[in-house]
Design a protein around this ligand. Structure first.
Ligand SMILES: *Cc1c(COP(=O)(O)O)cnc(C)c1O
Length: 504
């Protein structure tokens, strides 16, 4: 029996990381094989997308994802199964990949992912992340100070903007209920008057506000959209008006949710005015800087003036800090508010530990097991230095500005935000006597299918518009011009007989 079990454990040796040569060899050869594969991929990647149809891909992937009881060689799986996946993956590092807030990852971030995976620390309790806990704390200190917060601030790494926004609204709700009714939502659930609770945000705020409201038991209708001005920024006087009306209706607004960098236009809500308004009405002020947070390192930092007045904020690193997904932070002006969500489990973060001063980050998070993402951020910041990263961000803003000018120079192109604040440009191709809505939809789809560039579409006043989100500092105005040429070519084709689109 014992020898049998010894044979078993011998069999497992080469599958885990440890000091034996067998393990180290296996590790090295698999990492090398992956590196080789990726180098080969990047060497020959001509287009950002293969152009494969969705039904075709579904079939192909169903054939590739075949799980058997027997083991196979890693190299074989890499060659036969992973290759086709790579082949039709979106090539996000391509300079003509400019659709969403989906960044090319820095090499340092990718290397950081390997470290994170190999160390596999879990950020919930100190005994699962003894050094990592303090790395995350230092990184949080760095970002709170960058954001203009005092030493009273705190924060936690999150899975991204959706989670950070949720946390802001969760704390805002619970702090309000305590103040208003001396009610403990964590223990007692929603208070009786919960149907009157309201959140104000611009009509162009991210949909995670509504999702959060639903998950918080308030319902999506608790989110009151405030109109925007002609630059797509929340109109603060309209917000003031809505707040007065709410008072008359005896509704209970508890949070103003501002956006620094809306997903579509990259527009920046007027933070100082909204901070004042929030103070005047005693409301929690959350700033969603998932996109615009990148400005903290840029020479456009001044565009975020007022950010430091936020009670809480969202920053995303897998957008404008060029990190592999996922990584973001939730920052809180007054650390004591984390008490609203802390919960003690005897096996993980006992009260006794806390009295003894053991730091368990689970107290600040809505997750339990959590990634050591702080490592890749630290690695990136220390290796590149913040100046260089800031210049990358500046570069994309400049390219977006040039793109808007180029759009204005060309006949039939109309930029909706001719002076982009960040790096997103929304525009429409609108030749006379054409159904612009249909044409722009077709153009975006046709370009995606020929794979030469990846652009996005969105709706403005119910009509389809095209969109560039320029995150790659290697993207030049020539890339943009080539994409516009391609749109013109496709439009001509569409108007003289039609583009054949494979609809699946
Ligand atoms: C991307 C984005 C989010 C959502 O963040 P995820 O990291 O995708 O969860 C929220 N708000 C804004 C403004 C965003 O651009």
């Amino acid at each position: 029996m014992r020898t049998e079990s010894k044979a078993q454990t011998d069999l497992f040796q080469s599958f885990f990381l440890h000091q034996d040569e067998e393990s180290l060899q296996a590790f090295q050869s698999q990492i090398e094989a992956v590196t080789e594969t990726l180098m080969h991929t990047f060497k020959k990647a001509g287009h950002p997308f293969s152009g494969a149809q969705s039904d075709e891909l579904q079939k192909q992937m169903a054939a590739v994802v075949d799980v058997t009881e027997e083991a196979r060689s890693f190299q074989d799986v890499l060659n036969e199964a992973v290759q086709p996946i790579i082949h039709s993956s979106l090539h996000v590092s391509h300079t003509k990949s400019m659709a969403h807030l989906h960044c090319p990852p820095l090499i340092q971030g990718v290397a950081g992912e390997l470290l994170i995976g190999a160390l596999n620390q879990s950020m919930d309790s100190w005994d699962q992340s003894p050094a990592a806990t303090y790395v995350e704390e230092e990184m949080i200190r760095y970002w709170t100070s960058k954001a203009g917060y005092s030493a009273q601030a705190d924060g936690v790494f999150t899975s991204g903007g959706t989670q950070s926004n949720y946390m802001g609204l969760l704390l805002a709700r619970d702090a309000f209920c305590r103040k208003q009714w001396n009610h403990n939502v964590q223990k007692q659930g929603l208070p009786e008057g919960f149907k009157k609770l309201r959140i104000l945000c611009s009509e162009e705020a991210h949909f995670s506000v509504k999702k959060s409201a639903a998950q918080l038991g308030l319902g999506e209708d608790a989110v009151v959209p405030v109109p925007v001005d002609d630059q797509h920024r929340m109109d603060s006087s309209a917000a003031g008006q809505i707040l007065s009306e709410m008072q008359e209706q005896q509704l209970l607004p508890f949070a103003v949710f501002a956006t620094s960098g809306t997903t579509d236009f990259g527009s920046l809500d007027p933070l100082e005015e909204l901070a004042d308004l929030s103070k005047e009405h005693g409301l929690w002020f959350h700033v969603d800087a998932a996109y615009g947070g990148g400005l903290l390192l840029s020479r456009h930092r001044h565009k975020l003036t007022g950010l430091e007045q936020a009670d809480s904020m969202t920053l995303d690193f897998h957008k404008w800090l060029y990190q592999p997904i996922s990584s973001g932070v939730f920052l809180l002006k007054d650390r004591s508010h984390f008490n609203l969500i802390s919960h003690h489990a005897d096996y993980l973060n006992s009260e006794q530990d806390e009295q003894e001063g053991v730091l368990h980050l689970v107290n600040k998070s809505v997750q339990t097991t959590r990634r050591f993402d702080a490592l890749k951020i630290f690695l990136t910041l220390q290796t590149l230095g913040t100046d260089l990263i800031g210049r990358m961000i500046d570069q994309t803003i400049e390219t977006a500005g040039l793109a808007a000018q180029e759009l204005m120079r060309r006949p039939d192109f109309y930029p909706e935000n001719p002076e982009p604040e960040l790096s997103a440009v929304v525009f429409q191709y609108r030749p006379e006597c054409v159904d612009a809505d249909g044409l722009n939809r077709t153009l975006q789809q046709a370009l995606f299918q020929n794979g030469r560039a990846v652009t996005a579409k969105t709706k403005v006043n119910g009509e389809t518009y095209l969109k560039f989100t320029i995150l790659n500092p290697r993207t030049t105005i020539d890339d943009v011009k080539e994409v516009l040429d391609e749109f013109e070519r496709l439009a001509a084709q569409q108007m003289t007989g039609g583009i054949h689109l494979d609809k699946s």
